[in-house]
Design a protein around this ligand. Structure first.
Ligand code: RP5
Length: 294
């Protein structure tokens, strides 16, 4: 088990490409079994910009190879030989995909300093779902996120997970929430807050995460009635008070996902927040938006 303290992110990556460089986690972070990434400075991220000498190491995890769906029943990974794929992904939530000289899909944001699929099973987009559940804690005055502590790196996170083969993402949102937290909710009642690429430390030049996030803000009494139970990939589950520090330290793109969800909640008020609740949320939102790279 990785017992290192979670990394605290000082900046929150925007969910859209920014002039100050993007997918920083995909270029600067990596799970412990990954080789070191080839350096990719901000101005050389995009594939259209020539980067002479770009030679990223190639890595595919043995876990991915052992779950090759062409060799193993219920395997969740594509074959390593991409020519064995019945069909290459042509597009993703980001639009049409492009390919390298070997026919491998290219990360739509650009270089990551690592070739191959790493820990991700699919060539190209690997789809996830992120159920964002919040409540207002009247006793503490904090907005809180239903959060799980990840087993792989100890970081707190939205209880999201991968879309199974052939599964509707609407089902994944409900299933992942139930499996990781023990909570059963109708996510269709929530607001769709994001669909697209996410900056994840597992991303590579040829495999990356894309997600669909839905946000449901619960009334205090229904949130109080829920009993939480950490399951599956979660080491722990809790109502995490949302502060600049806790949100900034969340896994992958979750800081930006939460900032987006809180922004939509305060601007459109689909959950009927009171004036007092809006006043309490506003400074945090402003601070988070100021912290987001633009
Ligand atoms: C993140 O990885 C997504 O936002 C989602 O929360 C998560 C899915 O991966 P696992 O939790 O299944 O590892 O990029």
């Amino acid at each position: 088990m990785d017992t290192r303290p979670p990394m605290v992110d000082q900046k929150c990556d925007a969910l859209t490409p920014s002039s100050r460089g993007w997918h920083r986690k995909a270029r600067n972070e990596r799970p412990p079994d990954y080789p070191e990434r080839f350096p990719v400075p901000d101005h050389l991220v995009e594939w259209e910009v020539d980067y002479p000498g770009y030679a990223p190491p190639y890595y595919v995890s043995p876990i991915v190879l052992a779950n090759d769906s062409t060799r193993k029943t219920n395997g969740w990974a594509d074959p390593e030989d991409i020519s064995l794929l019945p069909a290459l992904p042509r597009e993703s939530l980001t639009g049409r995909l492009t390919y390298d000289g070997e026919g491998r899909p290219l990360n739509p944001i650009g270089r990551t300093g690592l070739a191959g699929r790493g820990l991700l099973g699919k060539w190209g987009p690997n789809y996830a779902a992120d159920p964002i559940i919040t409540r207002f804690n009247r006793e503490t005055g904090f907005f809180e996120l239903l959060a799980v502590q990840r087993r792989d790196n100890g970081q707190w996170a939205i209880p999201g997970g991968m879309v199974d083969r052939g599964e509707e993402v609407s089902r994944t949102l409900v299933r992942e929430l139930r499996e990781e937290t023990g909570v059963e909710l109708d996510m269709a009642q929530g607001t769709l807050t994001y669909q697209g690429y996410v900056d994840d430390p597992r991303n590579t030049d040829h495999a990356w995460m894309e997600t669909t996030a839905r946000h449901l803000h619960l009334a205090a009494d229904s949130a109080d009635r829920m009993s939480l139970r950490a399951g599956d990939d979660a080491r722990a589950v809790r109502w995490l008070p949302l502060t600049l520090q806790t949100v900034g330290a969340l896994y992958a793109s979750h800081c930006a996902l939460i900032t987006t969800a809180l922004g939509m909640m305060i601007r459109m008020n689909p959950f009927g927040l009171s004036d007092r609740e809006c006043d309490l949320l506003q400074p945090l939102l402003q601070a988070l938006e100021g912290k987001t790279l633009r």
